[in-house]
Design a protein around this ligand. Structure first.
Ligand SMILES: Nc1ncnc2c1ncn2[C@@H]1O[C@H](COP(=O)(O)OP(=O)(O)OP(=O)(O)O)[C@@H](O)[C@H]1O
Length: 232
């Protein structure tokens, strides 16, 4: 299989702060990549560049062979780390909003996921807890038939039971022809999802590879490797 995403020597500076430092990374078709790093390591910056919300200061990024733009936005489904729905909406409005906006939105899948996550279509957006809101955003993102799914901290605000539920939903609904990027620092909860992992520190990849091979090579879980890498 080829690479769906090719990141070549990307740097991003915010004034005098280097958020990404000459970073190169590939994401294969059909693979789930975990981008793992502590607060401030550059995860969100990298994702914002992939989704076209920010521009890199230097370097090149290709998604399905294209620079970030109209085409790449049409094949990338993105879960931002903040809410983008309106307060007047009920869940049904949110589904309609998405379905009007994205031609690849699969309403049937959205309804199945709502049921699975125990959310009702007539619930008001303003009545949802933080965790319920995360579930709804995830449902909207996973219901698109995209080539690349990007989930930025998908389980950060939910309790352990909901975490398992969300993980299950991702695993069950993930189309094996698509690729997925998941950023997190909650490595233990998410590690079963990853085919590949990249450890990000100060805007640089300091370790990357196939998750299973890394576990075998170091005789440790990805969570244990993460703690080792970031404890000093
Ligand atoms: N708009 C900005 N202006 C200046 N510096 C910024 C800006 N956004 C991010 N940074 C800096 O860039 C670095 C990387 O930030 P980024 O948000 O990408 O990290 P992160 O890994 O997503 O962190 P977190 O896990 O806390 O969300 C940090 O040092 C941060 O302070």
């Amino acid at each position: 299989m080829g690479n769906l995403v090719e990141i070549k020597r990307i740097s991003k500076n915010y004034f005098n702060k280097k958020a990404l430092d000459n970073l190169s990374l590939n994401i294969e078709e059909g693979k789930v990549l975990g981008i793992l790093g502590p607060n401030g390591s550059g995860k969100t910056t990298l994702i914002k560049i992939m989704t076209g919300l920010l521009r890199q200061s230097s370097g090149e990024l290709l998604i399905d062979g294209h620079k970030v733009g109209v085409y790449t936005k049409s094949i990338v489904s993105y879960l931002p780390d903040r809410n983008f729905l309106y307060n007047w909406m009920i869940i049904k409005d949110a589904l309609n909003f998405y379905s009007d906006f994205y031609y690849d939105f699969d309403e049937k899948r959205a309804e199945e996921l709502l049921h699975f996550m125990q959310l009702e279509k007539n619930m008001k957006i303003t009545s949802l807890s933080k965790g319920m809101m995360e579930k709804l955003n995830l449902i909207l993102v996973l219901s698109r038939k995209a080539k690349l799914y990007i989930l930025d901290e998908p389980i950060a605000g939910v309790d352990p039971v909901a975490r398992d539920q969300i993980l299950d939903a991702i695993i069950k609904n993930y189309d094996s022809n698509s690729s997925m990027i998941v950023t997190t620092h909650l490595v233990r909860d998410m590690e079963s999802l990853f085919d590949d992992v990249a450890f990000l520190k100060d805007g640089k990849i300091i370790l990357e590879g196939n998750a299973e091979s890394l576990r075998e090579e170091k005789n440790k879980s990805i969570d244990e490797i993460y703690k080792e890498v970031f404890s000093n």
